[in-house]
Write a protein that binds this ligand. Structure first.
Ligand code: TXA
Ligand code: MG
Length: 330
C-alpha cells in the first residue's frame, strides 16, 4: 500500500490540491509557492481571489523564510503557541506570491498541531497554503467526511485524521500594524495572548464595521460558517416561547441548546450541546451540519453566554446566523 503522506507530497509537488486535518478544522492545501496551484484552491471553494490564505509551516523556525520585519512579540507568541491554533499576520517575505495574500503586503502564518498535518508539512518541506476545506461561506469541516460532502471530486486526496480536536478555526492576530489586533477569535483566547504580549490585543469588530472594511481583512465578512437552513439566535429564557411560536404557525424547528429538551407540544428536533465552551466549540460545526441536514424550517440556537470564554463561539454563531438560509448553487 502506498503511504498517503507520500501520495500527498507527490500531488502537492505536481500543483494539485490535498485536504488535510489540523487541530482546528480541515484545510484545503496547495503548494504556497505555486500560484497556479493556489488558484485551484479558490476555484474549488468558489472563493473570491482577493481573500487571502493562511500559509501552514512545518515549524516556527521557518518564520524568517515567509515574513520580514518580524517583531519580538511574534517570536514569543510562536514559541508559546506553535504548533497550535494561532495565526500571525506579519509583513510578507518578497517570495510569497500575490495569489496567497490577495496582493496585500502581509501574510498569515501558522504551525498546526495535528500529527498528520505536521508529518505532511515535514515531508513536503515547505509552506502549504490552506483555507478551511469548505465551499465559500459555508460550515467548516471537522471530519474527512465533511470535506467529501463539501468538495467531493474537486479534491483528489483527503487525508483522514479523525475529528478535529478544537473544532473552530485558529485565532488570528495581526502584528503588522505596530499594535496587536485580534482579527478573529479562535482556539487561543485573548487572555492567553496577553500573558505573552503583556497587554490585551485590540479587538476588531467585524459585525460593526462592515461598511468601511475591505473584503481582504479577515472577519470583514459578517456572513460565514452558514447552514442553508435559516438560523436564529434565541436567548435561553425565550427558547420555549420560540419553539411554541413555530408550532403555532406549523413550522418545524431544529434546536441547539446547552440543556435537554423542554417539555412542549409540537414537532421539533432538539440537540443538546456541551455546556463548556471548549466542548461546545468541538461539536459546533458537526452539530450545525446535522441540524441543517434535518431539513427543518429554522434552526434555533440558544444564544451563548456573554462571557469571555465564549467569544469565539459567539463570533461563529453570529456569522452563521448572518449567512444562513441562502443556497450558493444557482
Ligand atoms: O484554523 C484555521 O485557521 C484554518 C486551518 C485550516 O488552518 N484555516 C482557516 O482558513 O480558517 P480560512 O481561509 O478559512 O480563514 C483564514 C482567514 C480569512 O478570513 C482570511 O481573510 C484571513 O484568515 N487572512 C489570511 N491572510 C490574511 C492577511 N494577510 N491579512 C488579514 N487576514 C488574513
Ligand atoms: Mg474558512
Amino acid at each position: 500500500m502506498s503511504d498517503p503522506i507520500q501520495t500527498a507530497v507527490t500531488l502537492l509537488r505536481a500543483g494539485e490540491l490535498v485536504a488535510f486535518p489540523t487541530e482546528t478544522v480541515y484545510g484545503l492545501g496547495a503548494d504556497a509557492l505555486n500560484p497556479a496551484a493556489v488558484a485551484r484552491i479558490f476555484a474549488a471553494k468558489g472563493r473570491p481571489t482577493d481573500h487571502p490564505l493562511i500559509v501552514h509551516l512545518p515549524a516556527g523556525a521557518s518564520l524568517d523564510e515567509w515574513a520580514r520585519d518580524i517583531p519580538d512579540a511574534a517570536r514569543k507568541l510562536a514559541q508559546a503557541f506553535w504548533p497550535g491554533p494561532l495565526t500571525l499576520i506579519l509583513k510578507r517575505h518578497p517570495k510569497v506570491p500575490d495569489a496567497v495574500t490577495g496582493g496585500q503586503d502581509t501574510v498569515g502564518l501558522r504551525v498546526p498541531k495535528h500529527p498528520l498535518a505536521l508529518q505532511l508539512l515535514a515531508a513536503f518541506g515547505g509552506g502549504i497554503a490552506a483555507p478551511s476545506a469548505n465551499r465559500y461561506g459555508r460550515i467548516s469541516p471537522t471530519t474527512a467526511q465533511h470535506v467529501r460532502e463539501e468538495l467531493g471530486s474537486r479534491v483528489p486526496l483527503i487525508l483522514d485524521g479523525g475529528p478535529c480536536q478544537v473544532g473552530i478555526e485558529s485565532t488570528i492576530l495581526d502584528l503588522s500594524r505596530g499594535r496587536p489586533v485580534l482579527l478573529r477569535p479562535g482556539g487561543i483566547d485573548p487572555q492567553a495572548l496577553a500573558g505573552v504580549l503583556g497587554e490585551l490585543p485590540e479587538i476588531a469588530h467585524p459585525h460593526k464595521s462592515e461598511a468601511d472594511s475591505t473584503p481582504r481583512v479577515s472577519g470583514s465578512h459578517a456572513a460565514h460558517y452558514a447552514p442553508r437552513t435559516p438560523l436564529e439566535l434565541v436567548p435561553g429564557e425565550s427558547l420555549a416561547a420560540a419553539v411554541a411560536a413555530c408550532a403555532a404557525k406549523g413550522s418545524r424547528p431544529a434546536v441547539l441548546a446547552r440543556r435537554g429538551p423542554i417539555e412542549i407540544a409540537g414537532e421539533f428536533i432538539w440537540l443538546e450541546a456541551p455546556t463548556d465552551p471548549a466542548g461546545y466549540a468541538h461539536d459546533l460545526y458537526a452539530n450545525l451540519r446535522s441540524l441543517d441536514y434535518a431539513e427543518c424550517d429554522v434552526i434555533l440556537v440558544e444564544a451563548p453566554p456573554a462571557a469571555d470564554p465564549w467569544l469565539a463561539v459567539s463570533d461563529r454563531l453570529l456569522r452563521a446566523a448572518a449567512g444562513s438560509g441562502e443556497d450558493d448553487e444557482p
